[in-house]
Design a protein around this ligand. Structure first.
Ligand SMILES: Nc1ncnc2c1ncn2[C@@H]1O[C@H](COP(=O)(O)OP(=O)(O)OP(=O)(O)O)[C@@H](O)[C@H]1O
Ligand SMILES: [Mg+2]
Length: 389
């Protein structure tokens, strides 16, 4: 059950409906911190696509080279072509899209494994210039024409979009742009960490106009209460008012924490009521679980210097912090800390909400850091080596 995301679902539904009607509409990017429900939202989008008999190309993006990029897109595009129409009913446009797909993968898959069995249903076409930008555009436009020909559409559901590098993101944007200009039924609905704003803007100047960015975050209080109460009620169990309040205070209404909390409280309760005491016990269990899992895996991926930087940020609180202030706390200059800060952004642990500022991508990470590293000690001031006389 997905509460509190009605607006996003409505926008998405409107997007598919408009494109189906041959009109244009901005594609969507759901932007939010870790665990706010981006992936489950994309799951909901897929269901809606299926209901509309659209094809969904679902890809979880990673830090890829171009070869991996082509591979991931090719695999899913192949599925989508099969979904557009059964092979025996393929029209020339679908066959041409299959030819484009073959051409798109020829450099990375000379034996044709990725398009095995399609050769007798292909019309030769080219997406093999070696330029990702041009090739992806040709492929996507071809797929869009095939879909349009069969009165359907294709939506690319791209999770972790911020992982694409600038050129790959640029290629995706160019391809979508062309599809939009041709009024083809091709949409992108993506999910990403907040640094995506900057990445999209840097990749192509016109990109901002192609997308509607939808910020998703912690739930409103009544939605948080619903997310706890409704699943329990279906099993005949009631969340007491106090228990809900404990959960809301502890989770700060973040979906992933609420989910874990609900489960722990449920396991704790013996009768038909989840009491305040159950909730207090659940709180300890969830905290332990998060500290040894969700939070810890992220901290484990950092170096000593990065940890120190994060800990200094935690000392300053949950809000975005100016680089200069963090550096000051570390007895360093912003310039000296710049490398570490950038590495943390690249690792997806920090993002930059405003120029010069950085914030945690993991909700409540500041509290965890203080638990994991109780004492913050600024490193000694680095002195320049005295010049030889
Ligand atoms: N609106 C919601 N209502 C109820 N539960 C939700 C909601 N959104 C998310 N959840 C639950 O929270 C958990 C985290 O969701 P999800 O994995 O989609 O987050 P995410 O934003 O993709 O996180 P990450 O950035 O780490 O990939 C899931 O278990 C999901 O069921
Ligand atoms: Mg996710």
């Amino acid at each position: 059950m997905l509460v509190g995301r009605e607006e996003e679902i409505e926008s998405y539904d409107v997007l598919l409906a408009r494109l189906s009607a041959g009109r244009s509409e901005q594609s969507l990017i759901a932007v939010g911190l870790r665990g706010v429900g981006k992936t489950v939202l994309l799951g909901e989008f897929r269901t809606i696509a299926e209901e509309r008999q659209w094809q969904a190309i679902e890809i979880e993006v990673d830090k890829w080279d171009d070869r991996q990029f082509r591979q991931a897109f090719a695999r899913q595009t192949r599925e989508a072509l099969h979904g557009i129409a059964p092979r025996e009913k393929w029209t020339d446009r679908v066959k041409r899209a299959a030819g484009l797909l073959r051409s798109f993968t020829v450099s990375i898959d000379p034996d044709g494994k990725l398009t095995a069995g399609l050769s007798d249903s292909m019309i030769e076409a080219h997406a093999d210039s070696g330029m990702l930008d041009a090739d992806l555009t040709n492929l996507l436009v071809g797929v869009g024409e095939a879909a349009s020909d069969q009165d359907t559409g294709v939506v690319l559901l791209l999770d972790e979009l911020h992982c694409l590098d600038r050129r790959q993101l640029g290629a995706l944007i160019s391809a979508l742009h062309k599809a939009v200009q041709r009024a083809l039924p091709i949409a992108v609905a993506a999910a990403a960490l907040p640094q995506i704003h900057e990445l999209v803007g840097e990749a192509k100047t016109y990109a901002e106009r192609l997308f509607r960015f939808s910020r998703i975050g912690n739930l409103r209080e009544e939605d948080a209460a619903r997310a706890l109460r409704e699943p329990a009620a279906r099993q005949g169990v009631n969340f007491s008012e106090t228990a809900v309040q404990v959960a809301i205070d502890f989770t700060d209404r973040y979906p992933y924490f609420l989910q874990e909390f609900g489960e722990a409280a449920w396991n704790m309760a013996t009768g038909k009521d989840i009491t305040g005491r159950d909730a207090e016990n659940a709180r300890k269990i969830v905290e332990e679980k998060m500290d040894s899992g969700f939070f810890k895996v992220r901290l484990d991926r950092t170096t000593e210097l990065q940890r120190m930087y994060l800990r200094a940020m935690a000392e300053l609180g949950p809000d975005p912090q100016p680089a200069s202030k963090v550096a000051e706390l570390l007895n360093r200059t912003s310039q000296q800390c710049g490398g570490t800060r950038k590495q943390l952004i690249d690792k997806g642990l920090l993002y930059t909400p405003d120029y010069g500022y950085a914030a945690f991508t993991v909700p409540l990470f500041h509290n965890y850091l203080k638990r994991a590293i109780p004492e913050f000690e600024a490193p000694p001031v680095r002195r320049r080596q005295a010049k030889a006389p």
